[in-house]
Design a protein around this ligand. Structure first.
Ligand SMILES: [Zn+2]
Length: 323
């Protein structure tokens, strides 16, 4: 479903644009389209050629664009358009894991992703699944019984492992948010630690031999609101857990800043949210912890802000109030 009427987030953006007289919060006209029978809708999508273009553009700059196609939850648009995908067939996620047709659908979607994206890693997402629907579905209950699973958590793990085998057979490795730990995980999966309120995720994953990417929402969610203290909070944070052995530390793949754009309608707004937080993240990720020093960082940061200025990037100033 590429086009839609305004949702709650869109209305919030428009309210803020008006209230703050802030054009960075206005939904751009280029994302509106007149759809016969529906009126004016908001949205858009990439064609396969455009995806190839993005990959090419990134490649010459040394960047991999790792795709995430979230399953079995966070796919409301697919469930809305293909009603047979969900347990209740009423357009509400998640995918029904009791039906083989759903598994085939997932494989076909990933086939297309594998064809477009040339990288080793592909993310299955796997986060925030409403598993309660599975416990109310006769077909999912049948699957739990026939596969000898304990509960709905194990049903998701069954699906993730099945997809992982499919990924591996196509020469790919699976990535997923830390919920994929629940119900059991195979060693070759890489975990994104995002739930900052689950501090044991990295310890647990690496002790089982799984690789981890650090992106806890307590520090590295760049769509979260920021104030004059946010940058220092990120810089001084212990993002790498201190209780890991040398072997476990080797399994940490790196850090990642996350940003979700439900309430970021323009590039100007994106720049404001990302910079200068990305500069603090870069130093945290590339500098040994004992060499990280805020007072030392500050003058180098200010030099970078001048570069951002010259590039026309609309970063958030270090202080938004007059001293
Ligand atoms: Zn079901």
């Amino acid at each position: 479903m590429a086009w839609r009427r305004f949702n709650y987030h869109d209305r919030q953006c428009l309210d803020r644009a008006a209230k703050e007289n802030n054009p960075a919060m206005l939904l751009p006209w280029k994302f509106f389209k007149e759809v016969p029978g529906f009126g004016e809708l908001y949205g858009g999508y990439y064609t396969q050629d455009e995806i190839r273009d993005v990959i090419q553009y990134a490649a010459v700059r040394g960047i991999d664009v790792i795709p995430e196609i979230d399953m079995p939850g966070h796919n409301g648009s697919a469930c809305w358009c293909y009603r047979w995908l969900s347990c209740t067939q009423d357009g509400r996620e998640p995918l029904c894991l009791g039906r083989n047709s759903t598994i085939e659908f997932a494989e076909k979607v990933y086939d297309e992703v594998f064809q477009l994206f040339p990288y080793e890693y592909v993310s299955i997402g796997g986060d925030e699944v409403n598993r309660r629907r599975w416990s109310e579905c006769s077909e999912c209950k049948k699957r739990i019984e026939s596969e000898g699973l304990k509960d709905v958590s194990e049903l998701q793990a069954w699906f993730t492992k099945k997809m992982e085998k499919y990924f591996n057979a196509h020469g790919r490795r699976i990535l997923g948010w830390d919920e994929i730990l629940e119900g059991g995980l195979s060693k070759t999966a890489t975990v994104h630690w995002w739930r900052g309120d689950h501090p044991d995720v990295t310890q647990k994953s690496t002790s089982m031999g799984n690789e981890v990417v650090l992106c806890p929402f307590t520090y590295l969610y760049f769509d979260y609101a920021q104030d004059d203290n946010t940058l220092r909070h990120i810089y001084d944070g212990d993002i790498v857990p201190v209780d890991l052995t040398a072997e476990q530390l080797k399994l940490i793949k790196g850090m990642q800043g996350n940003i979700w754009c439900e309430r970021i309608p323009t590039e100007a707004r994106l720049e404001w949210m990302v910079f200068p937080r990305a500069l603090a993240l870069a130093e945290k990720a590339w500098t040994p912890r004992n060499k990280q020093n805020w007072d030392d960082f500050l003058p180098r940061l200010k030099a970078h802000l001048q570069r951002l200025e010259a590039m026309g990037i609309q970063y958030r100033p270090l202080q938004t109030k007059r001293p």
